[in-house]
Write a protein that binds this ligand. Structure first.
Ligand code: 5GP
Ligand code: ZN
Length: 115
C-alpha cells in the first residue's frame, strides 16, 4: 500500500470505487471518466508504479490482470464483439496514475492506431 496512491485506496476500500470484480490479487472498477460504454480498470492489489517496475516474481500477477479482464468482458457482454486492453507506461504514453492498471474498453468500434 502506497500512502498517497488513489488506486491503493480504492483497492483497500478507503475510498469508494464502482467495483465490478475483485479477488485476492486484483480489483476491477469503472473508470471515473469513461472513454467507451465499458471502461474498466483492472489493478493488482500490490502497488507497482509502472510496467518498468515489474519484476520476475510479478509474472503470475500480470497474468491475473488479463484473466480478470476476460471475466469483466464476459460480464459486460463485450467478449464476443471485441474489446481493447491497454496499459500505458509513463508520460509519453499518457500514464497519469502511477499504480499499474489495465484498461478494458469496449462497447463501440475502436480505431487503430491509437492516438
Ligand atoms: P492512465 O492515463 O494512467 O492510463 O489512466 C488513468 C485512468 O484513471 C484515467 O482513465 C482516469 O479517468 C482514471 N481515474 C483517475 N482517477 C480516478 C479515480 O479516482 N477513480 C476512478 N475510478 N478512476 C480514476
Ligand atoms: Zn497504489
Amino acid at each position: 500500500m502506497s500512502e498517497d496512491c488513489i488506486f491503493c485506496k480504492i483497492a483497500s476500500g478507503d475510498i469508494p470505487g464502482d467495483i465490478v470484480y475483485e479477488d485476492e490479487h486484483v480489483v476491477a472498477f469503472r473508470d471515473l471518466n469513461p472513454q467507451a460504454p465499458t471502461h474498466v480498470l483492472v489493478i493488482p492489489r500490490e502497488h507497482i508504479s509502472t510496467i518498468n517496475d515489474l519484476e520476475e516474481n510479478h509474472a503470475e500477477l500480470v497474468g491475473r490482470l488479463y484473466l480478470a479482464a476476460k471475466q469483466v468482458a464476459e460480464a459486460e457482454g463485450i467478449a464476443e464483439r471485441g474489446y481493447r486492453t491497454v496499459m500505458n507506461c509513463n508520460a509519453e504514453a499518457g500514464q497519469t496514475v502511477y499504480h499499474i492498471h489495465l484498461h478494458v474498453l469496449g462497447g463501440r468500434p475502436m480505431g487503430w492506431p491509437p492516438g
